[in-house]
Design a protein around this ligand. Sequence first.
Ligand SMILES: Nc1ncnc2c1ncn2[C@@H]1O[C@H](COP(=O)(O)OP(=O)(O)OP(=O)(O)O)[C@@H](O)[C@H]1O
Length: 255
Amino acid sequence: MSYALEIDGLMKEYKPGHPILKGINLSIDGTGLTAIIGPSGTGKSTLIRCINRLVDPSQGAIWLNAGGKRVDLASLRGGALRATRRRIGMVFQEYNLVERLTVMENVLCGRLGYMNAFAAWRRKFAQKDIDYAFQLLDTVGLGSFANQRADALSGGQRQRVGIARALMQQPEVLLADEPTSSLDPKTSFEIISLLREQGRAHKIPVIVNIHDVELAKRYADRIIGMSGGHVVYDGAPQGLSDDFLKQIYGGEDWL
Ligand SMILES: Nc1ncnc2c1ncn2[C@@H]1O[C@H](COP(=O)(O)OP(=O)(O)OP(=O)(O)O)[C@@H](O)[C@H]1O
């Protein structure tokens, strides 16, 4: 079987001899939301960032099924890497919007990876891209905000723009690195629900690195618990017992 994403023996060390990821093996498919949980510093962001190659893996393979073709993201360079990377949508904790641009312009930025350099420089977007961006803005509940500047939005609204921009890439997989860390509990729930819903609507898997275990247990279809650079739990939220939580986070006073 060919998975949407298959990670095989992934290792990452920022300093030689000090591995952060110590041999991660994962297969991700379907349209569910997978939550990655684990203590601070265990390598959750590093894992997400290796997948979209914001960080270069030290060893291992990351197979992405892009348009029916299986490519190893870990070994790609230059133009081949850029072409494959545009098929990976990424939502950031701090939104990473261009503050002085409008909501619509920010969403259209998701298309830049598909355009030639001159068209990208002129920000000359095709009408079908503009139409799709309007459609996505409606989907994320910001239909009437297209002409607002990004710096006039609340955190939750910014994250909705970030999700629309990632979907604009027509990705094969959607990654989110702590997308709710800066948001209140109600908005966090809305953003996680939106990610899950959009994963289903676009028939792509969603992988979210998240600190809030309760939120993960309530809304994820699958939980990956990391500790010390290893995966120590991989299964349904219902199976994430206190024993596993102790193994992931250590101690028990907090349970
Ligand atoms: N660019 C970098 N250079 C050197 N070390 C790094 C770099 N990025 C992360 N690290 C280190 O790698 C380890 C894992 O960091 P990472 O951000 O992946 O963990 P995390 O589980 O996502 O933590 P948190 O939940 O606090 O965000 C940490 O010790 C961190 O200091």
